[in-house]
Write a protein that binds this ligand. Structure first.
Ligand SMILES: N[C@@H](CCC(=O)N[C@@H](CS)C(=O)NCC(=O)O)C(=O)O
Length: 206
């Protein structure tokens, strides 16, 4: 069984992604949570993760850091974590990469705070642009893959995992969405694993 080391659930969007992918793939793992923003945080993380950042996966002698690399590693164990068809898989990887490397305004303007409810009255132009781009991709996915299942590419894949923190962000900041995106957000929020994560956020001290 591998170990997944994660940060405080309420704030660690990067941790949620591979954690959710592993849960949805049905892969058993041992979870170690390190509270962020403490004087001991960095030293504790460095006991596991060579980059000094979380998440980090340890599978015997194999150490994998960086959330997207961990999602890729999980997909090597369970191939259903990417779409089966090559074109869809390429698009899914592009969307995952865009989330991984982009949307800085959204990350800064709408920081993850799962247990909070903070209706957003005046998003900046940059945040609005990020929201619009994300929603346009979700709408396109749902339009093309709704016959195959309720997730972005039909069945649950790493793309759903990569955008899972955006689900929590949109709920925290009460972002209004078009119908297909709203349905996908509802599907994601209703997943037992997402509910487990949310409940753990509420129970978390910091
Ligand atoms: N690009 C990294 C980002 C990881 C990251 O920034 N993790 C934060 C928690 S969400 C962290 O470890 N912060 C602790 C620190 O910087 O001391 C990934 O995708 O895994």
């Amino acid at each position: 069984m591998f170990k997944l080391i994660i940060g405080s659930r309420n704030y660690s969007s990067w941790s949620l992604r591979p954690w959710l992918a592993a849960k949805q793939a049905g892969l058993p793992f041992e979870e170690i949570a390190i509270p962020l923003r403490q004087s001991t945080t960095k030293a504790e993380i460095l006991e596991y993760s060579p980059s000094g950042k979380l998440p980090c996966l340890i599978d015997g002698a194999t150490i994998v850091w960086e959330s997207l690399s961990i999602c890729e590693y999980l997909a090597e164990k369970v191939c259903k974590l990417w779409p089966f068809e090559r074109k869809a898989r390429a698009e899914a990887r592009s969307m995952a990469g865009e989330m991984y490397s982009g949307f800085a305004a959204l990350r800064q303007g709408m920081p993850l705070d799962v247990r909070a409810s903070l209706p957003f009255t005046e998003p900046s132009v940059e945040v609005k642009k990020d929201v619009a781009r994300i929603v346009s991709m979700w709408e396109d996915c749902r339009q093309r893959h709704s016959q195959e299942g309720p997730f972005l590419f039909g069945h649950f894949t790493n793309v759903d995992a990569m955008y899972a923190p955006v689900v929590f962000r949109f709920l925290t900041y009460h972002v209004e969405l078009p119908e297909a995106s709203r349905q996908w957000v509802e599907t994601m929020a209703a997943l037992p694993a997402m509910q487990e994560w949310r409940q753990a956020c509420v129970a978390e001290a910091a």
